[in-house]
Design a protein around this ligand. Structure first.
Ligand code: SAH
Length: 283
């Protein structure tokens, strides 16, 4: 089951990452549009601002050994390595992404201090206590076992180190809203299918899992309002000749993902999809 899912994720990113980089650049994550999502700004700047705002929120201002879990083509990995003058490792399921990230690192003069490899976040090839910053930006939604995922993040973190974990969630299901409705579940199923996600959970669910893993100083925040405008910007950018041509040559999974962008913008609009942050330390 998991290996089939991982193959699907791999194929999805192998096929779509080149086009995303061409149209959008190296960051494969939401942008930050101010606390209420009202600030107008360049879309790439918005993505960099998200990284900076996350560091500020988590009060991280230095790191020596960084792990980027679900690194894409190394957008955050290289940014953080450069910013903190640190060594950084990125893992992804996609060999195409790992290869491209390595090329980009070399081109940026970071070939010595960064490395990228194909590895499964649920079974990381690193000893315990290896990194002082574990960073995971929009990959947790792909994980079939959220418990194992946070357990692995905890294991590879050095005592005193920090986890910054940001992921797609569904709304909390406690009162007053209550359990997900059949229509909400159907909407989520569509998102899962198109973006190769097994399922998502709510931010309070993640908090509970983090507590079970003995993480300390656990903090969470819902930044849905700050990032939701991202999807409208992506939808606009898909309507240009280079994007359309690229889509036609990238295969069906990429076309379907592009045709389904409204699922995410609608998901935010109705309060169903949430952008969850969790930071924690290991003592
Ligand atoms: N964090 C990056 C990329 C986000 S896209 C950025 O912000 O630019 C999601 C990434 O998660 C992809 O690189 C995908 O390969 C990775 N991923 C998904 N499931 C994974 C798993 N089980 N193990 C490792 N990486 C995974």
């Amino acid at each position: 089951m998991t290996s089939t899912l991982n193959q699907q994720i791999q194929q999805f990113y192998d096929a779509s990452s080149g086009l995303w980089e061409q149209i959008w650049g190296e960051h494969m994550h939401h942008g930050y549009y101010g606390p209420n999502g009202t600030w107008k700004k360049d879309r790439r700047q918005a993505q960099i601002d998200l990284i900076e705002e996350l560091l500020k929120w988590a009060q991280v201002n230095s790191a020596q050994k960084i792990l980027d879990v679900g690194c894409g083509i190394g957008g955050s990995t290289l940014y953080l390595a450069q910013k903190f003058n640190a060594s950084a490792t990125g893992i992804t399921l996609s060999p195409v992404q790992a290869g491209r990230a390595t090329e980009r690192a070399q081109a940026a003069g970071l070939g010595e201090t960064t490395q990228f490899q194909v590895a499964d976040a649920l079974n990381m090839p690193f000893p315990d206590n290896s990194f002082d910053l574990v960073w995971s930006l929009e990959s947790g939604e792909h994980m079939a076992d959220k418990q194992k995922f946070l357990q692995e993040c905890y294991r590879v973190l050095k005592p005193g180190g920090t986890l910054i974990f940001v992921t797609w969630c569904h709304r909390p299901t406690d009162e007053p809203a209550g359990p997900l409705t059949a229509d909400e579940r159907k909407h989520l199923e569509e998102i899962y299918r198109v973006y190769r996600l097994p399922y998502v959970i709510s931010l309070p669910d993640y908090e509970e899992i983090a507590q079970q893993q003995k993480f300390q100083k656990i903090r969470t925040a819902d930044w849905s309002a700050a990032v939701a405008p991202f999807w409208d910007v992506v939808i606009d950018s898909a309507f240009n000749p280079a994007a359309i041509f690229g889509l036609l040559t990238s295969g069906w999974s990429t076309i379907e993902a592009a045709l389904s962008l409204h699922l995410m913008s609608r998901g935010y609009e109705r309060g169903l999809v949430r952008f969850g942050l969790l930071s924690a330390t290991k003592s």
